[in-house]
Write a protein that binds this ligand. Structure first.
Ligand code: HEM
Length: 503
């Protein structure tokens, strides 16, 4: 029953165990003015449950908004994949989408400069497929071992408990592969107008496998049908001041008003042969695949059309994991994707408990048959009296060999580390950010980019300030001389003097 529904039919108030009771507001006492009685278990139940209301927030992407909707196939891609979700034009599938910011806490502002999460759950008949992406096609680092260090720089300084531009730029300047994502973040795309006005990306390279068991590499793109709209820095700080939850509010209002937001799903496809001879590692998450060489292929459309009626139950308890793939869609050697295969389910076992896949928003609505049993908060039939071991001579739950993936061809040695093995082009962290500056951003966008970078880098302080600034300036110069000069000028750095002091 919604709080907005006026036709109320009364239901009895009960304890958690279902016993109706009469007194909800006054605790039993010795006489009307005396001390309280220990036997008032209603008081205990209320206080105890309240004390346990908070669960750990997500270690990243803590602030978010979510809604249910549908995915519909509009174009045939069965030549690439046998995934049942794509089996015919017109087929539709229920979805849940959660948007988020990354670095802030659960109570932080929706207007923060940050990438935005774009996490999708497709409830397919072959199991839930999670595509846990962002609103950008690239990421700051390309090795999962760097992820926790990077995220620490986005959180609070251990001493001041404040966000620290010094930590951020120190890390970015020492990890030049971050430049591409840093430039996107520092442009106005770092502060989207709302969640409806941004694209989504699977970001990683995944694979698709067709009915003949042939594999191609793919990237997923979700193009907003609402148009890309951003806040500039002044608008973002104004928004921050007046409404910390503006993106949540926008999503609720749009769906309540039946203005259902939509995105077009497109893919890029690379064959295995093309990947082998490509100019750089096509599984490098800091680089995009040029659209001219790998054009976008239209697949379908997603629409958000139903707000969950309880935020905590559905949005807070939602658990997305890059390891949740379905038959016909597979992993790739992208090192970051490989790292994420471990991380998410591990985080969710801690955040929500071992049986988190049984929570309605996460539960596969089709079939779940396995030999997992027991554990905290087991809320289904726990396998009834079916055998709880395999192999067995009694049950009907068996692995189906039809779901076996074709093997990957690998040419490598054990214990090769990335940089040592990097081919030509792999360590070029500058060409694509330079192209972004020169070819994608408008004159206005470039001006904002420079101002945003200067504003942020001006926050670097402490004894290493100039060292960090000079190193980061080198990265900007390598991307584009004009960009480097504009930022140096904004920061009041005399480039010639800085260069001569380095030699
Ligand atoms: C090795 C790299 C990464 C690691 C170890 C990592 C780890 C995590 C963890 C532990 C969570 C919280 C999960 C939860 O409690 O439910 C999370 C959330 C998230 N991550 Fe990552 N992450 C990585 C990279 C990325 C990348 C590259 C993207 C986007 C392309 C991304 C997008 C997201 C999103 C959207 C969420 C929020 C999901 C939701 O709405 O519940 N992460 N990440």
């Amino acid at each position: 029953m919604s709080m907005e529904n006026e036709n109320i039919t009364h239901r009895k108030l009960t304890t958690a165990s279902g016993r109706p009771y009469a007194e909800h507001e006054n605790t039993q006492s010795v006489g009307s003015r005396g001390p309280l009685l220990l036997q008032d278990f209603i008081l205990h139940e209320k206080m105890a449950h309240f004390n346990r209301e908070r669960i750990p927030e997500r270690v990243v992407h803590a602030k978010g908004s979510g809604a249910y909707g549908t995915f519909k196939v509009t174009h045939d891609i069965t030549r690439y994949t046998k995934a049942k979700i794509f089996s015919e034009i017109g087929k539709s599938c229920r979805i849940f989408l959660r948007f988020s910011t990354v670095g802030g806490e659960k109570g932080s502002s929706d207007a923060e400069r940050d990438p935005r999460g774009f996490a999708l759950k497709f409830y397919t008949e072959d199991g839930n497929w999670d595509l846990v992406g962002n609103n950008t096609p690239v990421f700051f680092v390309k090795d999962p071992k760097k992820f926790s260090d990077f995220i620490h720089t986005q959180k609070r300084d251990p001493r001041t408990n404040l966000k620290s531009p010094t930590m951020m730029w120190d890390f970015w300047s020492l990890n030049p592969e971050s430049l591409h994502q840093v430039m996107i973040l520092m442009s106005d795309r770092g502060t989207p107008l709302t969640y409806r006005h941004m694209d989504g990306f699977g970001s990683h390279t995944y694979s698709m496998i067709n009915a003949e068991n042939e594999r191609v590499w793919v990237k997923f793109h979700f193009k907003t049908q609402q148009g890309i709209k951003n806040l500039d820095a002044a608008q973002a700080s104004q928004m921050h001041a007046v409404d910390m939850d503006h993106a949540q509010r926008d999503l609720v209002e749009a769906i309540d008003n039946k203005e259902f937001p939509k995105w077009t799903l497109k893919i890029q496809v690379m064959t295995e042969a093309e990947a082998k001879s490509f100019r750089w590692n096509p599984f490098d998450l800091t680089k995009i695949w040029p659209h001219a060489e790998f054009p976008l292929i239209e697949v379908g459309e997603i629409e958000l059309n139903q707000l969950p009626n309880n935020y905590f139950a559905h949005v807070e308890q939602a658990a997305f994991a890059p390891s949740n793939l379905v038959d016909g869609i597979g992993f790739s050697p992208d090192r970051m994707l490989q790292g994420r295969i471990l991380s998410y389910a591990d985080a969710q076992r801690y955040r929500l408990g071992i049986n988190y896949e049984q929570i309605p928003v996460n539960r596969c609505p089709f079939m779940v048959n396995n030999f997992h049993r027991d554990g905290q908060m087991r809320i289904d039939e726990n396998g009834n009296d079916d055998p709880n071991y395999f192999p067995n001579s009694f049950g009907d739950v068996v692995p189906d060999q039809a779901y076996k993936e074709p093997a990957w061809e690998l040419d490598s040695n054990v214990a090769d580390w990335y940089d040592r093995n990097a081919g030509e082009g792999d360590n070029d962290h500058f060409t694509q950010p330079g192209d972004l500056y020169r070819k994608v951003l408008s004159t206005e966008d470039r001006k904002h980019l420079v101002n945003n970078i200067v504003g942020s880098m001006n926050g670097i302080n402490g004894p290493r300030r100039m060292q960090i600034i000079n190193l980061q300036l080198c990265h900007f110069f390598r991307a584009d001389i004009q960009l480097g000069m504009a930022i140096a000028k904004g920061l009041g750095v005399d480039v010639e003097q800085a260069m001569s002091s380095r030699h």
